[in-house]
Ligand binder design. Structure first.
Ligand code: LLP
Length: 444
C-alpha cells in the first residue's frame, strides 16, 4: 500500500488553492496542470491535502466552539480512498459507513470499532455480523433490523451497541434524489405514528443490545438551516418522550450530514458556522427540558472533501454542429456521474487559457446522448489536446465512478502541503477487466 516516491511540482499547493477559487487563467496553472497530466495521465482526480485538513478543522471548530461534546463522523461514501480517509482520521474525524465494504475500509484506515457507525437501510446478515464483531455502533432502520441485530449479537456472544435511524418527516428542500428526511423516503423509523418510539420500546425488551443513540440524516447538499432546526426540535422531542415514558437516556443524538458546498460561481449558502449557530438555541432548550445532554454527532461527507478535489481531463476533439460547438473530453459520467444523474452543476475551466470565449458543451466519453458534463459554457477557444478542469469534484466523484463502456477507473493524485504529488490510486490497467472473469472451457 505505501505510495511510491512523489514528484515535486513547485507551487502546486498554492496553485490548487487558487484553482479552487476559479483563478486558473495564469501561466502557473497552465504549467501545473499540464505537468500533472503529462506525469499521471488523464482523466485524473487531484486532491489538495491542505484543503481537506482545512475543511475538517473548520467543521470541528464551528461546532466544538459552541457545543460541549461533539463527534464528527466522516461519511466515507463521499470519497473512500484510503489516503483521504486517513487524512480525515488524523484531523479528528470518526467514520460513518454504509456497507460491509466501507466498514472494511474504515478498519483498514485503523478506526477502532467504537469510532465507527454503521448505517444502512438494508443490511445483509454478514454486514450485521461484521459490524457487531468490529464493535461499531449499529444504526438500525427497521424492526427486522432490530430482531436481526439482537439475534446476531446472541449468536456471536456479544453485545451490540445500537441506535435507530429516525425519519423526522422534514423537508430540507434539496434535489429530490438526495432528499432523505421526508415522510415518503425509504429511510428511517418515522416519528409520526409513534413508530420510532415503539422501536426503542421493543429494543429494551430484546437481549444482547445496548441502546446508545438516535440518528437521522435529512438529505444532502442542504443549503439552509431551517430543515436542520426543525429536525433537531423533533429529535429532541423524541428523546424527551423516551426519557419521560421509558426512563431511557441516550448517549448521543446524531443529526446526520448534508451540509452543502457552493458549486456555482459566487453562490452564497449556509456554512457550518451558520448551522452551529442556528442549532444552538434549539439544542439549548431541548437539553434543558431533557435534563441531560447527549453528545452531538454529525456526519458530513461532501463538505469535508468536495472542495478539495479536481477532475482534470483532456480534449479529444472539438466539433462544430449546426446548433452548437461540442468539446469531447476523455472523462465522462463513468468518472463523474453527478451532472448526468442529478443535473448537478460544476464549474469548468481551461487552465492557463485566456482570451475571447464562446459557448460550448463539454461532452463525455460515454456512448450515450446524455453524457454531457457541462452545457452552454463560455470557454476560451479550445483545441485537441487542451486540458479542462472541474473543481469541487472531491465528493461523490471517484466514489461513484464506474467502468461502464470499459473505461478504466481514473488515477487519483494527492498534492501535499510541500508540493509533492503522490499517486494514491493507480489508473486501472486494462487487465483488470478480465481479472475476475471466468470463461467456460468450451468457449475458450
Ligand atoms: N450520513 C448518511 C446516513 C448519509 O446517507 C449521507 C449521504 C451522509 C451522512 C453524508 O452526506 P453529505 O454530507 O455528503 O451530504 N450521491 C449524492 C449524495 C448522496 C448522499 C447520500 N448520503 C450526490 O452526489 O450528491
Amino acid at each position: 500500500l505505501p505510495a511510491g516516491a512523489a514528484d515535486v511540482f513547485p507551487g502546486a499547493r498554492e496553485c490548487l488553492g487558487r484553482a479552487g477559487r476559479g483563478e486558473v487563467a495564469g501561466p502557473e496553472a497552465g504549467n501545473l496542470f499540464s505537468g500533472l497530466a503529462r506525469r499521471f495521465g488523464t482523466p485524473l482526480y487531484i486532491y489538495d491535502e491542505e484543503t481537506i485538513r482545512g475543511q475538517i478543522r473548520r467543521f470541528r471548530q464551528a461546532f466544538e466552539s459552541l457545543f460541549p461534546r461533539v463527534r464528527v463522523l466522516y461519511a466515507l461514501k463521499a470519497n473512500a480512498s484510503l489516503a483521504v480517509v486517513r487524512i480525515l482520521k488524523s484531523g479528528g474525524a470518526r467514520a460513518e459507513v454504509v456497507s460491509g465494504g466501507e466498514l472494511y475500509l474504515a478498519r483498514q484506515a485503523e478506526f477502532s470499532g467504537d469510532q465507527i457507525m454503521f448505517t444502512s437501510s438494508s443490511k445483509s446478515p454478514w454486514e450485521i455480523d461484521a459490524a457487531i464483531r468490529a464493535g461499531a455502533v449499529l444504526n438500525l432502520d427497521s424492526f427486522d433490523d432490530l430482531e436481526a441485530a439482537s439475534e446476531a449479537a446472541g449468536r456471536l456472544g456479544a453485545r451490540a451497541t445500537i441506535s435507530f435511524r429516525i425519519n423526522p418527516g422534514v423537508d430540507p428542500t434539496t434535489l429530490h434524489q438526495i432528499n432523505t428526511g421526508i415522510t415518503e423516503s425509504k429511510f428511517g423509523l418515522h416519528i409520526a405514528s409513534g413508530i420510532a418510539f415503539s422501536a426503542f420500546e421493543r429494543a429494551r425488551r430484546l437481549p444482547n443490545l445496548e441502546i446508545a443513540g438516535a440518528q437521522c440524516h435529512i438529505g444532502s447538499q442542504i443549503a439552509s438551516t431551517a430543515g436542520y432546526e426543525e429536525t433537531a426540535r423533533r429529535m429532541l422531542a423524541l428523546l424527551l418522550d423516551l426519557r419521560d415514558k421509558l426512563d431511557l437516556t441516550l448517549r448521543f443524538l446524531d443529526l446526520g450530514g448534508g451540509i452543502a458546498i457552493p458549486y456555482r460561481p459566487g453562490e452564497r449558502i449556509m456554512t457550518p458556522e451558520d448551522l452551529a449557530r442556528a442549532l444552538l438555541p434549539v439544542w439549548g432548550s431541548g437539553v434543558a427540558a431533557l435534563g441531560y445532554e447527549p453528545e452531538l454527532w454529525l456526519e458530513p461527507g461532501r463538505f469535508l472533501v468536495g472542495p478539495a478535489g479536481f477532475l482534470l481531463m483532456r480534449v479529444n476533439s472539438v466539433k462544430v454542429t449546426p446548433v452548437k460547438t461540442i468539446v469531447n473530453v476523455d472523462a465522462g459520467f463513468n468518472d463523474l456521474i453527478r451532472p448526468v444523474l442529478y443535473g448537478a452543476y460544476y464549474r469548468v475551466f481551461a487552465p492557463g487559457k485566456s482570451g475571447p470565449t464562446s459557448s460550448v458543451d463539454v461532452a463525455g466519453v460515454i456512448c450515450e446522448t446524455g453524457d454531457i458534463l457541462a452545457s452552454d459554457r463560455m470557454l476560451p477557444r479550445l483545441c485537441r489536446g487542451d486540458l479542462l478542469l472541474i473543481p469541487d469534484a472531491g465528493a461523490y466523484g471517484f466514489s461513484m465512478a464506474s467502468e461502464y463502456n470499459l473505461q478504466p477507473l481514473p488515477a487519483e493524485v494527492l498534492v501535499r502541503s510541500d508540493d509533492r504529488a503522490a499517486v494514491i490510486r493507480e489508473r486501472e490497467p486494462l487487465e483488470e477487466f478480465l481479472r475476475r472473469q471466468r470463461v467456460p472451457e468450451d468457449l475458450l
